[in-house]
Write a protein that binds this ligand. Structure first.
Ligand SMILES: Nc1nc2c(c(=O)[nH]1)N[C@H]1C(S)=C(S)[C@@H](COP(=O)(O)OP(=O)(O)OC[C@H]3O[C@@H](n4cnc5c(=O)[nH]c(N)nc54)[C@H](O)[C@@H]3O)O[C@H]1N2
Ligand SMILES: Nc1nc2c(c(=O)[nH]1)N[C@H]1C(S)=C(S)[C@@H](COP(=O)(O)OP(=O)(O)OC[C@H]3O[C@@H](n4cnc5c(=O)[nH]c(N)nc54)[C@H](O)[C@@H]3O)O[C@H]1N2
Ligand code: SF4
Ligand SMILES: [Mo]
Length: 706
């Protein structure tokens, strides 16, 4: 094939695959996985190929737009960058000067973690806003993991990663990496790595209320009633501590407290709560204890559940007490070329330093639970959110009770969005400032090398130059910050402002070079430019603790007070009556949270928005397979087609998130509309884990024929 070959990178999920693009002029004509990439080894999924669609998408915004007119006359008008920056700075400063710092709300969406400019310059912008009304997708996702890492290891992002390439026993609880490509486990080419695991005699076991794509390639799968994993994991700990000899290390505190805590969590109790037979719970614990190298891993099915924090804590305890933390084949810590944890680039975190105004919910690492955003906008009084800035997010579709948030956004004095699309959320903005996308900007991954199953480093220069009237996200963050702070009446000290200015003026690529020099890997920007496929730094290294523990005193706390208290709360929960159906989420390989639905190559084929339901549950309600049903929760009601599926545990129904596009035809110029409803019109902002993470899974619902 003709055309020029370029190395690119996919930033659409945590697998960060290296790409080989064929381009002709400004057109991408082919996308393949880059076989020379030491991490992704040639892997690419259908979304990676669709990265070309984002680049070429006529719907994508390339210049700022301002909303003019009201109601049916509302429309978007393109404006210049200067005008857009001033519009944001004038209005944010006006609201803050009149009503105080907290009157500005900020929401950060998922793609921020996938942009270098957001990590280097976005963080500086958010710091410059002194508001307590900071929200992000973290509290509908991995907040329990971060809180537990903060409490146990001393840093919110010092996260143990399953060493999938060397483990012999892998327990996956509430994750579906065959569809998601892994999360808090950067694992490109999961399918091949599982085949390798089995070829060397290892086993993968999956606990999930749905027989997922991952369950189907596992050696063993068990249904677990949604929201009850905590009883299973604590019972495994019970068995591990009473029927085997747990491993302890000199740097671990609190083992006795754990033994006491789990004493009443027997496998029999786990069975009554979860449906997983006690004999299986017992066997799994013994298998973990006996494995050459075993690891327990849990993901969003559990972290976005009612007991996410206890579950994540139990997972860590299981890995520690089975002797699998920090050893090959177990749960290990990465040694990235840029150590965002060790260098303090990302703070260690804190919890409950302040609380939300209306519902008194605790902050974590400076953010409040996003389930509280709607009420903070709607409830009058000092500290009410009057202006909102969203960056790369769509909380109307991605956070609980999205329909009411949608309504609340209409009441804001001012809203701005840094986003590449008009979506269900940004359509409420007064102005949208669209940055360049991944093929048009340099990339070094500051986040996902930290979470990867192998240590590698890679710098990917922009494949295409940006057009003269486009801006990078870091340039947008710089301008918004400088222009807003200049207009604030209450100024930060001069020295602070000068440091801020210097940091904002440097390019992200320059900062990457500097950060690499601060590390000890020997990797430099020059070396990375010479080897654009990436540099291999080898398998994860064991035996790093306690030296690398970020906690003061380098101690690992197995029994943080917050968790101890929550386990007491868990112990008081009665056995389920089983009357309600429980709603859980679902990810498909060709979906990308709430966006990418205007890529034709990802949306053609069979629709996949259906409510999945076990045939026995359909029969019990005389509902026909394929018919329209009404699903009702405490907060809302939707109508959607149902599909019978034996893969669902009886009593459980499932909807994917990110659907329910509100094409109002006027403001959202989407060329493609896909059918489906928003699951988050059913999820409940009152259902929270102790961390403040929304319990999006296990929501009680009633399903009736329409
Ligand atoms: N019920 C239920 N709800 C869920 C989940 C679930 O499992 N179940 N999952 C949750 C999870 S894990 C997450 S992470 C959230 C995601 O929730 P959000 O982060 O709020 O939303 P996204 O759907 O990721 O939308 C991201 C937006 O960013 C824009 N965008 C894409 N690339 C860029 C870029 O480079 N720069 C900028 N500025 N904008 C960009 C896109 O236009 C898109 O509209 O959803 C959560 N919601
Ligand atoms: N293709 C694709 N890939 C993605 C994304 C995407 O939207 N599409 N999103 C990305 C993002 S932002 C994230 S955070 C990751 C998430 O990565 P994963 O956590 O792997 O995501 P899911 O596929 O939602 O898997 C969650 C699993 O938990 C199960 N589950 C639900 N409730 C319970 C429960 O109570 N107990 C147990 N044991 N299981 C339960 C569900 O059935 C589901 O199989 O995926 C990322 N990758
Ligand atoms: S697995 Fe993730 S990073 Fe890799 S190509 Fe697919 S979407 Fe992109
Ligand atoms: Mo996520």
């Amino acid at each position: 094939m003709g055309g020029e070959k370029r190395i690119g990178v996919c930033n659409l999920c945590e697998a960060i695959c290296g790409l080989e693009l064929t381009i002709e002029g400004r057109e991408v004509v082919a996308v393949r996985g880059n076989r020379a990439d030491p991490l992704s080894r040639g892997h690419v999924c259908p979304k990676g190929v669709a990265i070309a669609d984002v680049y070429a998408d006529p719907d994508r915004l390339r210049r700022p737009v301002r909303r003019v007119g009201e109601g049916a006359d509302a429309r978007w008008e393109e404006i210049g960058w200067d005008e857009a920056y001033d519009l944001v700075a004038d209005n944010v400063a006006r609201v803050v000067n009149e009503h105080g710092d907290d009157a500005l709300g900020v929401y950060l969406g998922n793609p921020n973690a996938h942009s270098l400019g957001s990590m280097t310059h976005g963080t500086a912008m958010f710091k410059s806003f002194r508001t307590r009304n900071r929200y992000s997708a973290t509290s509908v996702d991995q907040l329990p993991h971060q809180l537990v890492a903060h409490l146990m290891f001393g840093h919110q992002l010092f996260l143990p990663i399953p060493d999938i390439d060397r483990t012999s026993w892998f327990l996956v609880v509430g994750g579906n990496p065959m569809a998601s490509n892994g999360s808090l486990m950067t694992v490109p080419d999961f399918p091949q790595r599982v085949r390798d695991l089995k070829a060397r005699g290892g086993r993968m076991v999956v606990l999930d209320p749905r027989r997922t794509e991952t369950a189907k390639v596992a050696d063993e799968h068990h249904f677990v009633r949604p929201g009850t994993d905590a009883w299973v994991l604590l019972a495994m700990l019970h068995v591990l501590t009473t029927e085997t000899t747990p491993t302890t290390a000199s740097y671990v505190d609190g083992v006795d407290t754990v033994v006491d805590l789990v004493a009443e969590f027997t496998p029999e109790r786990a069975e009554a709560m979860s449906g997983l037979p006690a004999t299986e719970v017992r066997r799994l614990a013994h298998e973990l204890a006996a494995a050459d190298a075993g690891v327990v891993y849990s993901r969003i099915g559990v972290s976005a559940g009612p007991w996410g924090t206890v579950c994540q804590w139990a997972v860590n305890c299981l890995n520690v007490l089975s002797g699998n933390l920090d050893r090959p084949g177990g749960a290990m810590f990465t040694t990235p070329a840029i150590d965002a944890v060790g260098t303090g680039l990302i703070g260690r975190g804190h919890h409950d330093a302040w609380r939300s105004r209306v519902r008194d919910l605790p902050e974590t690492a400076g953010e409040l639970p996003v389930a509280a955003l709607r009420e903070e906008i709607e409830t009058p009084g000092e500290g009410q959110v009057r202006a909102l800035l969203t960056v790369a997010g769509n909380p109307v579709l991605s956070t609980p009770d999205g329909a009411r948030l949608d309504a609340a956004l209409r009441g804001l004095d001012f809203m701005a969005a840094v986003d590449i699309y008009v979506n269900e959320t940004t359509r409420h903005a007064d102005v949208i400032l669209p940055p360049t996308t991944v093929l048009e900007r340099d990339h070094y991954d500051l986040v996902f090398h930290l979470l990867a199953v192998r240590d590698t480093a890679r710098f990917t220069p922009a494949v295409f130059d940006k057009e003269p009237d486009q801006r990078h996200d870091w340039e947008i963050f710089r301008e918004i910050t400088l222009r807003t702070t200049a207009r604030l009446e209450r100024k930060a000290p001069l020295k602070k402002r000068l440091v801020q200015r210097a940091r904002l003026t440097a390019t992200p690529t320059f900062l990457v070079g500097q950060l690499l020099r601060r590390g000890s890997s020997g990797v430099t920007l020059k070396k990375l430019r010479a080897r654009p496929a990436g540099i291999d730094l080898g398998p994860l290294r064991g035996g790093q603790l306690p030296d690398r523990l970020p906690s003061r005193g380098k101690r690992l706390d197995l029994a943080p007070a917050l968790v101890v208290e929550d386990v007491a709360r868990l112990a008081a929960v009665p056995a389920p009556t089983g009357d309600d159906l429980l709603l859980i989420g679902r990810r498909h390989q060709r979906d990308c949270n709430s966006w990418m639905h205007n890529s034709e190559r990802l949306t053609k084929g069979r629709p996949r928005h259906h409510l999945l339901m076990n045939p026995t549950d359909l029969a019990a309600r005389s509902i026909a397979d394929g018919g329209l049903v009404r699903v009702t929760s405490r907060v809302g009601s939707v109508e959607v087609e149902v599909a019978a599926s034996d893969d669902l545990m009886p009593g459980v129904v499932s909807l994917p998130h990110g659907y329910g596009h509100a094409g109002d035809g006027v403001l959202m110029a989407r060329s493609r509309e896909v059918p489906g409803v928003s699951v988050n019109d059913l999820t409940d902002p009152e259902l929270l884990d102790v961390s403040g993470n929304a319990a999006l899974n296990g929501v009680p619902v009633v399903v009736t024929a329409c």
